[in-house]
Design a protein around this ligand. Sequence first.
Ligand code: SF4
Length: 182
Amino acid sequence: MDRLKIATVWLGGCSGCHMSFLDLDEFLVDLADKVDIVFSPVVDVKEYPEGVDVCLIEGAVCNEDNLEMIHKVRKRTKVLVSFGDCAVTANVPAIRNQLGLGNAESVLQRAYIENSQYNPVIPRNDGIVPKLLERVLPVHEAVHVDYFLPGCPPPADRIKALLGQVLAGQTPKLEGKQLKFG
Ligand code: SF4
């Protein structure tokens, strides 16, 4: 079996899911023997590559950059995993959907004008500050997701259970779905 190409992506999340990934400890050494991490916050690659086998997505889809990225990732990836509760349900970033704060503009007003003591101004800079979506989305509302790995963050054992099946060349059977790799 060829070395699998694995990626991890960080959208609207706190990086806690990636910290849990690092909690895999010595299993990371096994992983490094068998897979290539082709894109991740923990490697210095700027462009998401073509032909990725498995990608773990941390975080919700909060702004236009997140939306563009998740569509690119979906096109270039065989198996997409919603990694953690922010990806699965939108979780913490979606609090702004629930609290009667209204649309993106009213959230910006509240954060940068009403709650500001000094220099109240909403940061706007096309191409530098991404525009907020009106509503924060879980990943599966933006693109098709193959597997869901819940938890805030998912415990390392749960991540290992999924990746262990992938490394063993088995078909992950989470959610009763079956997919083949390679
Ligand atoms: S699921 Fe929890 S740990 Fe993961 S990004 Fe969201 S808040 Fe952070």
